[in-house]
Design a protein around this ligand. Structure first.
Ligand code: AMP
Ligand code: ZN
Length: 468
């Protein structure tokens, strides 16, 4: 399989470090609010990757749930997002975490994303995080300020691994603006934050440095290495995590173990709105529930995501969602037709079937080219290369990756519902024409036009068209 690696900035051939199984860690949700469909685009791309990898080898997939420590600002300033939510909703931080985690997995499941092998909550791994910070302290990478234990990024040579030297300088410039006086370098970040002296936090723990809570970055490093060892094959996330979160994960993990942390960094591009960025904290977000309320099925959205490569931005519009929905319906009808036809004749498999499967798989294994894989599906469903039984077999195979429930019964093709008054006029007109009362028929035609409908007489009967 070819995968684009953010660190080397090129596609590389993927092979796991240990031949028996590949390992993958994906940054999970911060459970202080509903996930928006932008977040879900990232989980869909990660699911496509997991499903494609599993065509050739077992995969251990770990995803965390951030239920503490993700601060409002990436610069270690501001409040914990969980504590902000407690003020907003008048519930405990633990209740908030439980509620939004459950909501998250309802969406995750509805989008047919495969549950990870391990789902790890940050609050259940505090000892592992403390142990990691201790190791960093012993190795001389940390310093203390009045509000926490910080990582000294100037001591780590590969700090520019993901962003490159020149971009790092720009980031430092940006971070300097908000930098607290106690930080040694603008890019330094908190490993452990102390609880405020004047306020009791709901989520806090004892540590060798004082009561407090872990930094968001250290959570992912500690959990990823606990379950997958010091070197992971693949680490995924959205593109926004490259410059701070993942850069800091590399710094902590590699300084602690002395080994390469991640072999392949794989990042998904954003879903954007015409108005700009979709953000949870900004309140401008569309959730899967918003789409359900408007009558869409979650898999309509999954189809839409498959129409764009994961490394290109996707602009969300309801027009594109409509067209995704339509395409999925047509594909399900094609599947139903093939299934029906296959039942009427004995199955005969030819090399064309293997060829079609190979083309599909090659597209997915070429850095997850889902749009190309979908095109292969359409060509084979519409074309004559495959017989009905082969179409069924091919589609079943494709659906192990696409996960669009292609064999779900398709919805009936909807004809537009006519107002009751128009139906009545049409019935009267049909009766008049049957009685050869053409004068009455013409009067009724005029009445229909007044009601906004043009009527045409065809061999199949009367057909209406809305007058624009
Ligand atoms: P969060 O719950 O905010 O920590 O984000 C969960 C995942 O969604 C992370 O991998 C983010 O990088 C990703 N993400 C956030 N916003 C978007 C977006 N608009 N489009 C795609 N992915 C996003
Ligand atoms: Zn993470």
């Amino acid at each position: 399989m070819q995968l684009y690696n953010t660190e080397t900035r090129r596609k590389e051939t993927f092979a796991p470090l240990h031949s028996q199984e590949a390992t993958m860690y994906c940054c999970g949700p911060t459970v202080y609010n509903y996930a928006h469909i932008g977040n879900m685009r990232t989980y869909i791309f990660e699911d496509l990757l997991a499903r494609t990898l599993r065509l050739s080898l077992p995969l251990k997939h770990v995803m965390n749930v951030t239920d503490v420590g993700h601060l409002v600002s990436d610069g270690d300033e501001g409040e914990d997002k969980m504590e902000v939510a407690t003020a907003r909703e008048n519930k405990s931080a633990w209740e908030i975490a439980k509620f939004y985690e459950q909501k998250f997995f309802e969406d995750f499941d509805a989008l047919n994303c495969t549950r990870p092998t391990v789902i790890s909550r940050a609050t259940a791994h505090i000892p592992e995080m403390i142990a990691l910070v201790k190791t960093l302290e012993e190795k001389g990478y940390t310093y203390r300020t009045s509000d926490g234990i910080y990582y000294d990024t100037s001591k780590f040579d590969r700090y520019d691994a993901l962003v490159g030297r020149s971009r790092l300088e720009g980031l430092k410039g940006g971070a300097r603006v908000e930098m607290s006086e106690e930080k040694k370098n603008p890019t330094d970040f908190a490993l452990w934050k102390f609880s405020p002296k004047d306020k009791k936090r709901q989520m806090e723990w004892d540590s060798p440095w004082g009561v407090g809570f872990p930094g968001w970055h250290v959570e992912c490093s500690a959990m990823a290495m606990k379950y997958l060892g010091p070197t992971l094959d693949i680490h995924c996330g959205g593109i926004d995590h490259v410059s701070v979160h993942h850069t800091n994960e590399i710094a902590q993990s590699e300084a602690a173990t002395g080994q390469r942390y991640v072999r392949f960094w794989v990042h998904g591009e954003f879903l954007v709105l015409r108005a700009g960025k979709m953000s949870k904290s900004g309140g401008t977000f569309v959730t899967l529930q918003t789409l359900r309320d408007k009558g869409y099925d979650p898999l309509d959205y999954r189809y839409l995501c498959l129409t764009a490569h994961y490394r290109t931005q996707l602009e969300f519009t309801y027009e594109s969602l409509d067209s995704a929905r339509k395409s999925l319906q047509i594909l399900r009808r094609e599947a139903a037709k093939a299934l029906e036809a296959a039942g009427r004749q004995p199955a005969a498999f030819t090399t064309a079937l293997e060829e079609a499967k190979k083309l599909f798989r090659t597209a997915m294994e070429d850095d997850l080219n889902a749009p190309k894989a979908l095109a292969v599906v359409w060509e084979n469903m519409r074309g004559a290369a495959l017989n009905p039984a082969e179409k069924v077999d091919f589609l079943r195979f494709a659906d192990t990756i696409l996960a669009l429930d292609l064999f779900r019964a398709p919805e009936e093709e909807k004809t537009e519902e006519l107002p009751a008054e128009v139906c009545q006029l049409l019935q009267q007109r049909a009766a008049a024409r049957a009685a050869k009362d053409y004068k009455k028929s013409d009067e009724l035609r005029a009445a229909l036009a007044a009601a906004g409908y043009r009527v045409k007489d065809t061999p199949q009967g009367q057909q209406t068209e809305k007058i624009k």
